[in-house]
Design a protein around this ligand. Structure first.
Ligand SMILES: [Zn+2]
Length: 587
């Protein structure tokens, strides 16, 4: 697919598959390759492998494999040209003018581009209001009260939406059609009057960016007592609440480095934590985490400390998020901040009152989620059997979500101790929960059916990689057809054809044209540990194939001899038999 000299080919030459895949899968170095949990099938132990040397990936579980483009096409469900552009963008390679698209695609792309541009303009408008107007000055005073200084305002792009109600509208309607104005979510339209007006008025604005840092929405806080206190952008063609984590675009590096994320509720919390020098913080920007947000986060880390508000809604959100994160095999801890004075503390308030150092200390000590949940259960009435039953029922679903059986059993014991359970019924319920794991999805990967003998594997590998003499091997094999009749015949003929064509051999492209089982064999061979090949070895491998072919032929001839009656045909067969035996003996 990536023709030599094409843009796709250039991208492929420059791209680093480990870096690209690393944005979706947490990779660990194992020998000279990297491995991780396969994004294409459910698994608990990594069988997904990436080779930086060969710039290919392969999953030994589900058999998916290919080059960097195949990976992006599969994971993003995008067509080839789109995947090339994605890889180019991720690797900072300049993209030439856009390809021809269908009219619908073009319209959609234009719409998205226009909406992004509108958000960019809105952002600079809000920022100007903050610093250039009397109203903005009031907003800044309000922020200063919360210890958000001008530097922080600039760093996080905090802005101000004025109260007059159509200032942004006047700016945008010069350039954009009415339809686009309402689609942006920045402008509303009165249901009765049909009049257009600014959605955000007299509010402090927080730009919300997608994971590549493009502003796609705004979260806005009322300056006075207006309701609602928080008003956010609605769902638009460029923004879906459940697909975006606030601050992720700025947290990426820190998430990878620290290998854990602090999950807070709102943007004010995220800003407070980030300002305290802890950059690996993201906000769900809603009362509960959504599954796409968890998937998004899992590209960077699978360890989370939840630090939601301590109120009832926050506790419920914590419990829901714990359950969701466990389902995705996250390691979860929960930080419940102690009250400051008589006030329940969210991260913002806590850091302002007690300082970043104290916050960091508590973060380090944040207990595993089960301890947090036991703590919650202990606050229930445990004096009666009924109360204990309720506490156990509260904990059971979480115990069942723990992926590891030993851990599950340990926690069951611990819960029994902590809640002072001795009723056999309750203990039995816990033990049962520890043994089973409901909601566990098991996908039994298909095993590779076709086998290839070592000699064949060796030759396949050389045909794919031994640049100094693979063309010669191809010629040799082609003239003798020694691979015919092998189970790997199709792999050989595809590789030989690729070598004899006047283009560089791309193993992944050869693979793309093979049947599933052959494709798997090819990838497995490519990922085998192998010593540097030599021309002598290649020759002896070809010789071994010839020998095996002669043996197969001999067996065939022998069968024909036994089946045929006397006559000239038999003589021909007997001569062939002698010839084959001489050939075999000559070795
Ligand atoms: Zn897989």
């Amino acid at each position: 697919m990536a023709e030599a000299g094409s843009f796709a080919d250039r991208v492929k030459q420059q791209a680093d598959i480990v870096r690209v895949v690393g944005e979706y899968v947490r990779l660990k170095k194992t020998g000279k390759d990297f491995s991780g949990l396969c994004p294409f099938h459910q698994e608990k132990t990594p069988s997904f492998t990436v080779s930086p040397v060969k710039q290919i990936f392969y999953c030994f579980g589900c058999g998916k494999g290919g080059d960097v483009f195949n990976f992006v096409m599969e994971v993003e469900k995008s067509p080839f040209p789109e995947a090339v552009r994605t890889v180019a963008e991720k690797c900072g390679i300049a993209i030439p003018r856009p390809r021809e698209r269908s009219p619908e695609e073009r319209q959609e792309t234009q719409q998205r581009a226009a909406l992004l541009e509108m958000h960019r303009e809105a952002q600079s408008f809000f920022a100007k209001q903050m610093f250039g107007t009397a109203e903005g000055k009031v907003a800044r005073a309000y922020l200063e009260d919360r210890e958000i200084d001008n530097k922080t305002i600039e760093r996080f792009g905090i802005g101000y939406a004025p109260s007059d109600g159509d200032a942004l509208l006047r700016l945008l309607k010069q350039k954009y059609p009415e339809k686009l104005l309402t689609e942006s979510g920045l402008i509303s339209r009165g249901e009765d009057s049909g009049r257009f007006f600014d959605r955000f008025r007299r509010r402090i604005t927080f730009p919300i960016a997608n994971d590549s840092g493009k502003i796609v929405a705004f979260g806005c806080r009322a300056l006075g007592d207006e309701q609602p206190k928080y008003l956010n952008s609605p769902e638009t063609p460029i923004y879906s609440k459940s697909n975006v984590l606030y601050h992720l675009d700025r947290a990426k590096e820190a998430l990878r480095r620290s290998d854990f994320a602090i999950l807070v509720e709102g943007y004010m919390d995220a800003i407070a934590v980030a300002r305290a020098g802890i950059s690996n913080v993201v906000a769900s920007c809603g009362t509960s985490l959504a599954e796409p947000q968890i998937k998004l986060l899992s590209r960077f880390t699978k360890r989370v400390i939840i630090n939601y508000d301590p109120d009832t809604a926050g506790q419920a959100a914590t419990e829901r998020s714990v359950a969701l994160l466990l389902e995705q095999d996250f390691e979860v801890r929960v930080l419940a901040l102690p009250p400051v004075g008589d006030k329940k503390a969210d991260p913002d308030l806590f850091i302002r009152e007690r300082g970043a150092e104290e916050y960091t200390r508590l973060l380090k000590e944040a207990p595993p989620y089960v301890d947090y949940l036991i703590g919650r259960a202990r606050k229930m009435d445990l004096t009666t059997g009924e109360g204990k039953r309720r506490a156990v029922n509260f904990l059971l679903p979480y115990v069942q979500k723990i992926p590891n059986a030993i851990l599950r059993s340990e926690w069951a014991t611990r819960i029994a101790q902590q809640l002072r359970l001795d009723e056999p019924v309750l203990r039995a319920a816990l033990t049962k929960a520890a043994k089973e794991r409901r909601s566990e999805v098991k996908v039994q990967p298909e095993l590779v059916g076709r086998s290839a003998k070592p000699v064949e594997r060796r030759l396949i590998r050389m045909l794919a990689e031994a640049d100094q003499f693979r063309r010669e091997i191809a010629q040799l094999l082609q003239s003798e057809k020694a691979y015919q009749g092998l189970e790997t015949e199709h792999i050989f003929s595809a590789l030989i054809a690729a070598n004899l064509a006047d283009t560089p051999v791309q193993a992944t492209e050869v693979a793309a044209h093979l049947e599933e089982q052959d494709r798997r064999v090819l990838f497995e061979v490519l990922f085998e540990e192998a010593a540097e090949p030599s021309w002598e070895e290649a020759q002896s491998c070809v010789e071994a194939l010839r020998q095996r072919q002669a043996e197969r032929e001999l067996a065939d001839v022998q069968r024909s001899i036994e089946a045929s009656g006397p006559g000239p045909e038999l003589r021909v067969l007997l001569e062939r038999k002698q010839g084959l035996m001489r050939r075999l003996a000559a070795r």
